[in-house]
Design a protein around this ligand. Structure first.
Ligand code: MSP
Length: 653
């Protein structure tokens, strides 16, 4: 299969920021994912360098447009490697080849009768670089830039977009995946419910010279979109280069919602007018805010990718952005949120699982992955294989549909299962048991093989961590570069493989220290109102939680109405609770309570815990209990119960 994935080409009137970084990391991750699936992939990004905004920005900097665009375009090109973003092509709209192709296309569309000359007057928004329709104005202002558009009347060239309206509607209806997520497809279809106006595509050279001259009238230059969108063709050698034939039919564009209309309406109609078939898919994501506030230079809360990477490390930044944002919806960035994900998902869940497993293979198996013993494979092990294989398959479909957050969540569910597997199997106890060797070997093999699969699927998101994991697991080069089809199944890791306990994958970030550093470096350009928010998050970071955070835990009284042992798991009991609805909870209390003594007890449970599978039983909550050791060093556990007359399901607060 073949994949062609693009980002928007970014305006050079601003330096790279978090929003640009997100889109580009998404495209990079997708390109790495498709390579993992064995595809021939081409990934393109670039810079958009013509137009009035650029001339203005250059003037403000006291340099020529040419000097200015060279400088900012270089800043974008230098940023991507810092984020481990590796495009195959970086295109600039000032490249001579691009200019030639734009002129060729303009001539072609003109010759077909789809470009005409006409008088125009309308509301021109400088920020959008286009005329806005009456309907788009809110209180006479541009809704995006909150400025009153200029009333301009002039003669210009127009693209006969209206001619392609019906064809476009049909195409969108026939191809449900053409624009995703669905909310944006619906938005476009609803916009197309009204008659389309033709698109003004030129500026007179009396007003703008920093653009591509129209081949049929030198007194005009193209206006931004008819120039910029064509980059997606230029970059693959339109019209007759071999790459064009190979990649155009599979083109996929990633954008944010701000440029939906140009990509979902102008672009496909332009393509239809050229006699080509539209791109394959358009993926539209939401906006990143910062601490719930719009990112803006005047507020001083613009997040720079290079600083992020320096502070948190590239893998953490990539993981955070993809895990935190539900693709399609807006999301909010905060230092607290990224540190939270780093410490819980990466350091605690993945990092600890990895280092504990390697340490145990070192200690109990001489640093070599032992072979699993067929006869000591349990139902829990078989359930683990099923979970791992199910994870690979759902990860694959989530990544393919740009639900990165979901794909990662699925991976982290099995990471949770593996951490519980260590607890229920207690390899240290097996090692202390003279007859436990075979079972111990089996458990260690299952852990190592699961980690190999995890290293494989996290690679598109965190290439560096995947490399470190592969090296520590002793994987040969061929295994590291293998595709999902060959390596994404159970049983590939060879027993006898030597492992090494390398440096920690994700050391915990000392949150207190980070806050301190921030204060020292004066990183507080935020507005006063935001300082308060910061203080609040500082309190959270010192280990205290807010009332709101506590309020998220749903504690309830539950009555135990049945209890039984779980086969082959000597530490677990399966409990049926009334709270007030019936639910099943698996609790690790079998060493402390007999099933029959539990029935009728009123306990306290965490009722809104995400369900988790333990030994094949789905547990829907957790019991609260107190634990300590007696004078002989024996562990003790007592359930938190409530005395008195209280209904099951009552809230504990
Ligand atoms: N030059 C045009 C695009 C032409 S494509 C043929 C342009 N450039 S831009 O520099 O303004 O980039 C817009 C894109 O940057 C968005 O579509 C999105 O990919 C990214 N983002 C900019 N700010 C963003 C956020 N705050 N959040 C998420 N992404 C954002 O429009």
């Amino acid at each position: 299969m073949t994949t062609y994935i693009t980002t928007p080409i970014y305006y050079v009137n601003a330096m790279p920021h978090l929003g640009h970084a997100y889109t580009t990391i998404v495209a990079d991750t997708y390109s790495r994912f498709r390579r993992l699936c064995g595809d021939d992939v081409r990934f393109q990004t670039g810079t958009d360098e013509h137009g009035e905004k650029i001339v203005q920005a250059a003037e403000e900097q006291g340099c020529s447009p040419r000097e200015y665009v060279d400088r900012i375009s270089a800043a974008f090109q230098e940023t991507w490697p810092l984020l481990d973003v590796a495009p195959d092509n970086f295109i600039r709209t000032t490249d001579p080849e691009h200019i030639r192709v734009v002129q060729e296309i303009l001539q072609k569309v003109h010759d077909r009768g789809d470009i005409y000359f006409s008088q125009y007057s309308g509301h021109y928004c400088k920020g959008c670089e286009r005329f806005l329709t009456e309907k788009e104005l809110v209180d006479g202002k541009c809704p995006d830039h909150l400025t009153v558009p200029e009333e301009i009347s002039e003669q210009n060239y127009f693209f006969r977009m209206s001619r392609y309206q019906d064809q476009l509607i049909e195409h969108i209806r026939e191809n449900p995946e053409f624009i995703t997520p669905e909310r944006y497809r619906n938005e476009v279809l609803s916009f197309l419910g009204e008659p389309l106006e033709d698109l003004c595509i030129s500026r007179p050279t009396t007003r703008l010279t920093w653009g591509i001259p129209l081949p049929f009238d030198e007194k005009f230059v193209t206006y931004v979109w008819f120039d910029a969108l064509i980059n997606y063709l230029t970059g693959i050698g339109y019209p007759d280069g071999p790459d064009f034939a190979k990649y155009w039919s599979v083109a996929e564009h990633v954008i944010a919602k701000d440029i939906l209309k140009p990509h979902a309406i102008y672009w496909p109609t332009m393509i239809l007018a050229m006699g080509l078939t539209p791109y394959k898919r358009l993926h539209v994501h939401g906006y990143w805010n910062v601490d719930e506030t719009k990112m803006s230079k005047s507020i001083g809360n613009v997040i720079r990718p290079a600083e992020l990477v320096q502070e948190y490390g590239v893998d953490t930044v990539r993981y955070f952005l993809l895990r935190e944002m539900s693709f399609g919806l807006d999301s909010s960035f905060s230092g607290e949120a990224i540190v939270g994900r780093r410490n819980s998902d990466l350091a605690n869940d993945l990092g600890n699982l990895f280092s504990r497993t390697l340490a145990m293979i070192g200690k109990y198996a001489g640093g070599r992955v032992p072979a699993a013993d067929e006869r000591s494979v349990t139902d829990e092990d078989r359930a683990l294989i099923d979970s791992m294989e199910a994870m690979v398959s759902s990860y694959r479909s989530s990544m393919d549909s740009f639900a990165f957050h979901k794909g990662l969540q699925e991976v982290w569910e099995v990471i949770g299962e593996l951490n519980r597997y260590i607890v229920t199997n207690a390899p240290w106890e097996l090692a202390a048991d003279p007859g436990g060797k075979k079972r111990l070997d089996t458990v260690l093999y299952f852990l190592a093989e699961s980690l190999r699969l995890i290293a494989l699927v996290v690679r598109p998101v965190m290439p560096r961590a995947a490399d470190k994991m592969a090296a520590a697991l002793g994987l040969k080069e061929a295994m590291v570069t293998a595709t999902l089809a060959t390596a994404g199944r159970w049983g590939v890791l060879e027993p006898g493989t030597g492992v090494t306990k390398g440096p920690q994958l994700f050391p915990r970030l000392d949150t207190g220290k980070k806050q301190e550093q921030k204060k020292k470096s004066g990183g507080g350009k935020q507005k006063k109102g935001q300082d308060k928010k910061k203080e609040k998050s500082a309190a959270t970071m010192e280990g205290l939680i807010t009332f709101d955070q506590f309020g998220k835990v749903d504690l309830r009284v539950a009555e135990i109405i049945a209890a039984k042992k779980i086969k082959k798991a000597d530490k677990l009991l399966e409990l049926t609770l009334k709270a007030p609805e019936e639910r099943t909870v698996v609790a690790g209390i079998a060493r402390f309570y007999q099933p029959e003594e539990l029935v009728g007890k009123k306990v306290i449970i965490v009722a809104n815990l995400k369900p988790a599978k333990l030994m094949g039983v789905t547990s829907q909550g957790m019991l609260l209990a107190a634990k300590d050791t007696d004078e002989q060093g024996q562990e003790r556990l007592v359930l938190a119960t409530v005395a008195g007359d209280i209904t099951p399901g009552a809230k504990v607060a």
